[in-house]
Design a protein around this ligand. Structure first.
Ligand SMILES: Nc1ncnc2c1ncn2[C@@H]1O[C@H](COP(=O)(O)OP(=O)(O)OP(=O)(O)O)[C@@H](O)[C@H]1O
Length: 617
């Protein structure tokens, strides 16, 4: 009878081999899997089975090899499978779904040249439709005569739209509402559709396109190959979408591998009072502590104008993006931002305003809040473009940092906002201001309702990011170092009155309408004139201008700051937490070499006079 082993005994040799066997097998399997992953990483676009003309196009775009989502999704799609894919923002999802559609059309055209719309790509916003349409043109650069594409988002007349569709484009890019309107009017036929793509699929439903989606589903033939993409595909949306469109889809949930493609996004959060976030933001941008293009998200449209006017007090130039601006203006601002003409965009991510308060319920699988679905009919203030959105999918190029001046109201909004930086393997910084519960409402002039739940939302964001192997680091700005600048911040805030904000808002709209409509033909004949119509022009005629705020006097500037600014290095000049016991501090309490400086002895009175720079001991 086999002697019972107690835990101290050495197992007999035969048993030792039996025990070692599974271990060996497991090790072998892990080694094999690791080798397969390494080999997969070396796959080329040609090895994915793509048409040489598409391979040529991506090579021309500088894509050396496919990203994770492309390596996984393209073969499945080429194999005719329905794909539901969750992959991180900026990971190349657009190419992952466009290339297989183009490949399918090229394949069909080899035997059947009948004009027919074979591909329909649905996106939630006009900006994204414009971007996807551009991507299709880039990817089909070497087969343009074989593939035609149209986008149904231009704010052109129905007649023009109808003539666009009369040529029966192979691929149509549209928002669901415009697609259904064209199908319903007979301008667009989806009777022979073969490929359907939903990008930012979860948002397509929460933007209130449910009805349009159901109508479109009814108009399409059965068996359309469907691909759905999003960085935050929540289980609720997943079931709805699967029910409407998919046959037996393959679920590609790449979140586990977020950590694999070396994560280059650094995320900070700053616990700060409602007024201090204005002071910190002023310092960050006036002292250029964040270098390079930056995207600032605020809670609503008024806030975006207030921040722009506040910046103007210090001669900091910025652009505005919101749903009130004409779509062509929004697309132009994004294009010019991507060309480096502007460095700061202030975007109001006003879904919570447009769709009403987003309630966040914890969903078990995702640990991410679920944004309240559906649009609050009639709950919107003023004329807004429901198809506006910049926190989702828009491929802002080389954004050095995303600043959540106002924290979003859901973890998934946060994921998409920060997804505008650190794209395609580049580095990026996300900095989010969090108003602690005990400080909420303490500074009435700058307090807004959406910050009341900042701490709760932060907790959910930390959990959701943790599930993607990402973390947020707390960041403390040294209050004493900031005090010297507070009076300047207050002067500027006082100058930006409600009247000034309202004036700026209406003026911007008037200017944009003027720019986009009546002068269009003139600028087509005089393109050089167009450049004068920069979008980051000063709006502050109504806000009192204060010359003394336009520059930072030398005695205020710590020597380090001056050196950093002239150095012109790109990227984020990190502050470091102020550890009382540390000897060395850089600018704003940054640890490391450099001088420490203190506002003079904490004495009352004008900090400008008591500000002293002390050499490092
Ligand atoms: N294989 C590749 N190699 C290099 N760059 C790539 C590759 N694929 C895409 N890119 C670039 O990466 C950037 C992000 O791509 P894309 O917009 O498709 O990401 P995404 O996953 O759709 O992002 P989001 O979640 O914000 O929609 C783009 O500038 C694109 O040109």
């Amino acid at each position: 009878m086999k002697r019972k082993l107690n835990q101290d005994d050495e197992p007999p040799a035969a048993d030792a081999a039996a025990v070692a066997e599974p271990e060996k097998k497991k090790e072998k399997k892990e080694k094999k899997e690791k080798k397969a992953v390494e080999e997969e990483k070396e796959l080329s676009f040609a090895e994915l089975g793509l048409d040489p003309r598409l391979v040529q196009a991506v090579a021309k775009l500088g894509f050396e090899k496919p990203t994770l989502v492309q390596r996984r999704a393209i073969p499945l799609a080429l194999n005719g499978e329905d794909v539901l894919c969750k992959a991180k923002t900026g990971s190349g999802k657009t190419a992952a779904y466009v290339l297989p559609v183009l490949q399918g059309i090229l394949g069909r055209k080899k035997t059947d040249n009948t004009p027919t719309t074979a591909g329909l790509i649905l996106v939630p916003t006009r900006e994204l439709a414009d971007q996807v349409h551009k991507a299709i043109e880039e990817f089909s650069a070497f087969c343009a005569k074989d593939v035609t594409a149209a986008k149904l988002t231009e704010n052109v007349s129905d007649a023009v739209q109808r003539s666009l569709l009369a040529n029966v484009p192979d691929v149509v890019v549209s928002t669901p509402a415009r697609a259904w309107k064209s199908v319903d009017s007979g301008a667009l036929s989806v009777a022979n559709l073969q490929y359907l793509v939903l990008d930012e699929a979860d948002l397509v439903l929460s933007y209130g396109y449910d009805e349009d989606m159901e109508n479109l589903a009814r108009s399409m033939p059965k068996g359309v190959q469907t691909t759905m993409m999003s960085a935050t595909l929540l289980s609720a949306e997943l079931d709805t979408l699967k029910g409407i469109f998919c046959r037996n889809p393959t679920l590609l949930d790449l979140k586990e591998e977020f950590g694999e493609e070396d994560e280059k996004l650094t995320q900070y959060y700053v616990r700060t009072g409602e007024d201090d976030k204005w002071l910190i933001t002023y310092l960050i941008f006036k002292l250029q502590l964040i270098k390079g293009p930056c995207l600032i998200f605020v809670a609503d449209i008024d806030r975006s104008y207030r921040l722009k006017l506040f910046f103007e007090q210090f001669s900091i130039r910025s652009c505005i993006l919101n749903s009130e601006l004409p779509v062509n203006t929004r697309i132009k601002v994004i294009e010019e931002f991507n060309k480096g003409i502007y460095d700061i965009i202030i975007a109001s991510d006003e879904r919570s305003e447009v769709f009403g308060d987003e309630k966040e319920e914890e969903t078990k699988e995702e640990g991410e809040g679920e944004e309240k679905k559906g649009k609050k009919k009639g709950g919107r203030k003023g004329k807004r473009d429901e198809e506006y959105g910049v926190s989702r999918g828009i491929d802002f190029k080389n954004v050095a940092a995303v600043v959540n001046f106002d924290l979003p109201t859901s973890a998934s909004s946060y994921t998409h906002r920060i997804g505008r930086t650190a794209r395609a393997g580049r580095t990026g910084i996300a900095m989010s201001f969090v108003v602690p519960k005990e400080l909420f409402g303490k500074h009435k002039p700058t307090s807004i309702k959406s910050c009341e739940k900042d701490e709760k939302v932060l907790a959910k964001i930390v959990r959701a990011q943790g599930k993607m192997n990402r973390k947020l680091e707390p960041y403390n700005f040294s209050k004493e170092q900031m005090e010297a600048f507070r009076y300047r911040m207050n002067d500027a805030l006082r100058a930006v009155t409600k009247v000034a904000i309202r004036e700026a808002r209406t003026r911007e709209l008037r200017q944009e309408l003027l720019r986009s409509e009546t002068l269009k033909r003139y600028f087509e004949e005089n393109p050089a004139e167009l450049s004068h119509l920069r979008h980051d022009g000063e709006l502050g005629h109504k806000a009192r201008q204060q010359a003394h705020l336009k520059h930072v006097p030398d005695y205020l500037l710590p020597k380090e700051a001056k050196k950093e600014i002239t150095k012109g290095s790109v990227g984020f000049v990190p502050f470091k937490k102020v550890d009382k016991d540390k000897k060395h501090r850089g600018k704003f309490g940054a640890k490391g070499k450099g001088r420490s400086f203190k506002v003079g002895g904490g004495r009352k009175g004008d900090p400008l006079k008591t500000f002293k720079v002390r050499r490092k001991k």
